[in-house]
Ligand binder design. Structure first.
Ligand code: ADP
Ligand code: ZN
Ligand code: ZN
Length: 719
């Protein structure tokens, strides 16, 4: 009697055995409905075995093995096992993190299989339509070649309905998605650097990791598109990972335009559950040519995977910060290695981990040093010293003059301040009282228009106190500057200008970011005020000035990754200026114009910055020269959290290659009424650290944690 070994979404590291009389190895990777206690759960068959793992247990029969989906491939099952081991997270929970939530429904799933559509006789169809029926004509033109439902829907929902009518009447025929995508449309002729990069990637057989380091606007995306074209031409599939905020309809449209007729599946947080399940199945059946998605798509089964691309590989959003704390970039590299295929990590400002891998020869470095559009120049930087300078509402006279010039010329300016709200704190000048969050170790941010104080960490909000709770003074003032205040200041200086603020507050509603981007593209905004939301990957041809204020706070942070992040952020926001034929200018207001980070930015010399940083990290003993894991604990009181970590520490296995530090309070101790502490573990030997963690965690899971919640974070980004 065979047994199914099943991964269930429960916080236990083991698999669960169920009897299934008719089971064979072909059931591995299928969904299975099983009884679990008093519940009915859907799990995934990980193995089929002749013997139960624990013969002493009573084993129940499985209810049903579902045949509605293609089984998860051994390759992806291997990837999930790797994640469970590497991140020390229960396998069943890894599996369920990776699969679309729809798959947890016990019933049979009905997922329609996509087709390619084409006119039976395109010329006759076009001729039969009234000349002025624009939508019908467009649809008929599109149907002259095999096309996808997505492309048809992109014309309009009515076009899709019409196509189905034509299908019913026989004017249009449908057929299975071809293995090989139709030929791509033409892009620009590549320059020498781009061509060399494409040749290297497309010419590689077997696993190879490439770092594509190109300044903003150097045409990295063009390199991806050409490499993907070669992949598709070979009948293979491509997986493209991008940060959440970069996955805009514009990017999807750019891909669809280049690959007409290709099935492109987009997966991100905005995709509804059903849609996500359908996209997953499409990819798993080999019906999708390209998967374009955010970090979660790294787990999508792709039977003919030929290329992986990770765009903006340094971006922090590739790391999940709760549950399975994986880095999609690192998992992608592992996946490419297992599959024996090339992976391209692209960035203007690579993470120092990746940079180090490239300079030590593990990854192949490909560089793009010039802007791709003929004549386009990288922006000119000017550092504006603000020490002992009279500023007007936080703005330098040169900044104001530069904005005025842009207004006169009808060009756009972007003022970058990475702090939303009106002011970072409310202050009483009589007694020094500062408005703080009761639930967090943090100040409350002033939101003037709503007359509210808000905590940006836990979401707490309250009305402005009528008088100072410290001394009764009624004249309290917002201290410092946020984007709302900057917006108000600019409105005073430039009353005629159309000012558009872009941050998480102003872009709260669904679709508002999209429409803001449209406003900018249509030239209906003169001055943009924004946080890093605006910094990423958007092309604004009329934007010729970027002014940066308030950047200095990132220079001297306790976090050793802060300067790496600051460089990336500023390079990215500077890259928004002067994309087309107009040269861009960047003004950075700073108290520290001589700082090496700013100097390197001014020279557009990321290599110099990276090498200096790496030398410091080597000396100080930081990643990538050693590997870290953090055990985090939170409880009602700091004492409880620390006590738990002390117990954990006492259980740590002895390994001379692994350093275990004493528990300490987290940088931000209180968060949402919970107090937090952490314990750092590090080693120069990755394998020793992994072995240590496996042994340690097995013991920790037996510890009575009481009300303490704890989690392990391997390769943490925030310390
Ligand atoms: P990146 O991804 O590096 O920021 P993109 O690939 O988006 O850069 O390219 C920036 C701009 O340059 C785009 O408008 C793109 O169409 C254009 N471009 C890219 N490569 C070329 C080329 N070889 N010739 C002309 N224009 C190009
Ligand atoms: Zn006071
Ligand atoms: Zn709070």
């Amino acid at each position: 009697m065979p047994f199914l070994r099943v991964a269930l979404d429960v916080p236990l590291t083991r698999l669960f055995d169920y009897e299934a009389a008719a089971a064979t190895v072909a059931d591995v990777g299928k969904r299975v409905v099983v009884p679990f206690g008093s519940r009915r759960l859907v799990g995934l068959v990980m193995e089929v075995a002749e013997q139960p793992a624990d013969p002493g247990m009573t084993i129940k029969p499985a209810e049903a093995v579902r045949e509605d989906l293609p089984p998860v491939s051994p390759e992806v099952l291997g990837l999930l096992r790797f994640c469970a081991d590497y991140y020390q997270y229960p396998l069943g929970q890894v599996v369920h993190t990776a699969l679309p939530v729809r798959f947890r429904e016990p019933g049979e799933l009905q997922l329609t299989r996509p087709c390619a559509y084409e006119a039976r006789d395109a010329v006759a169809l076009q001729a039969s339509l009234p000349k002025r029926a624009a939508m019908q004509q467009r649809l008929a033109d599109l149907l002259a070649r095999p096309c996808t439902e997505v492309e048809i829907r992109a014309i309009s929902p009515a076009a899709w309905k019409l196509c189905r009518d034509w299908l019913a009447s026989g004017e249009v025929i449908s057929r299975p998605i071809p293995l090989q995508a139709p030929a791509p449309s033409h892009g620009p002729v590549l320059n020498q650097e781009q061509q060399a990069a494409v040749t290297a990637i497309a010419g590689c057989s077997g696993f190879q990791a490439f770092l594509l380091n190109g300044i903003t606007g150097s045409g990295k995306t063009e390199v991806y598109l050409h490499a993907i074209a070669a992949t598709l031409a070979a009948g293979k599939q491509a997986l493209v990972l991008v940060p959440e905020i970069n996955l805009t309809p514009q990017l999807q449209a750019r891909f669809q335009l280049r690959f007409p007729g290709a099935e492109i599946v987009s997966l991100h947080s905005g995709v509804a559950d059903g849609e996500r399940a359908r996209g997953w199945v499409q990819a798993a059946r080999g019906d999708a040519h390209i998967v374009l998605g955010t970090r979660l798509s790294v787990f999508t089964p792709l039977p003919r995977l030929g290329l992986v691309v990770v765009d903006e590989e340094h971006d922090g959003s590739f790391k999940q910060q709760d549950g399975l704390r994986y880095s999609a970039r690192d998992v992608a590299v592992y996946r490419a290695r297992q599959a024996g295929i090339p992976i391209v990590l692209g960035s203007a400002t690579p993470s120092l981990e990746t940079w180090h891998n490239a300079s030590s020869g593990r990854y192949t470095l490909l560089r793009l040093c010039e802007r791709a559009v003929a004549g386009a120049q990288p922006p000119r930087w000017t550092l504006l010293p603000t020490r002992r300078q009279p500023l007007q509402d936080g703005l330098h006279a040169r900044t104001l003059a530069a904005i005025a010039e842009r207004l006169a010329r009808g060009e756009q300016s972007l003022i970058f301040l990475n702090r939303r709200g009106y002011a970072p704190v409310m202050h009483c000048s009589e007694c020094g009282w500062l408005a703080a969050c009761n639930r967090c170790s943090a100040r409350l941010t002033v939101h003037l228009r709503e007359h509210r104080l808000r905590c940006h960490h836990c979401g707490w909000e309250e009305r402005f106190p009528p008088v100072c709770p410290g001394c009764g003074n009624s004249d309290m003032k917002p201290l410092g500057q946020g984007t709302q205040r900057l917006e108000a200041t600019l409105a005073e200086h430039f009353p005629k200008a159309r000012i558009l603020r872009i941050d998480r507050d102003s872009m709260r509603l669904k679709g508002s970011f999209e429409s803001a981007l449209e406003t900018i593209h249509a030239g209906e905004a003169d001055i943009l005020v924004g946080t890093q939301m605006l910094a990423k990957g958007h092309d604004f041809p009329a934007l010729t000035l970027v002014a940066v204020v308030g950047a200095d706070s990132g220079l001297y942070s306790a976090d050793f990754r802060a300067s790496e992040r600051l460089y990336a952020q500023l390079a990215q926001v500077a890259g928004r200026a002067g994309r087309a034929d107009k040269p861009g200018e960047v003004l950075l207001q700073t108290d520290f114009p001589e700082h090496p980070l700013y100097q390197a930015l001014q020279d557009d010399d990321y290599a110099a910055f990276a090498e200096t940083e790496l030398a410091e990290r080597r000396q100080a003993g930081f990643p990538p020269f050693l590997h870290q894991a953090i055990l985090r604990a939170e409880a009602d009181t700091l004492t409880e959290a620390i006590t738990f970590l002390r117990q954990a520490l006492a259980q740590a296995p002895d390994d001379a290659a692994v350093t275990v530090w004493d528990p300490v309070a987290a940088n931000m101790v209180r968060l949402a009424s919970r107090e937090r502490a952490q314990l750092l573990v590090q080693s120069t030997a990755r394998s020793r650290l992994s072995a240590f963690l496996a042994q340690w965690l097995a013991g920790l899971r037996q510890l009575r944690a009481g009300k303490v919640r704890w989690a392990l974070d391997v390769d943490p980004l925030d310390i």
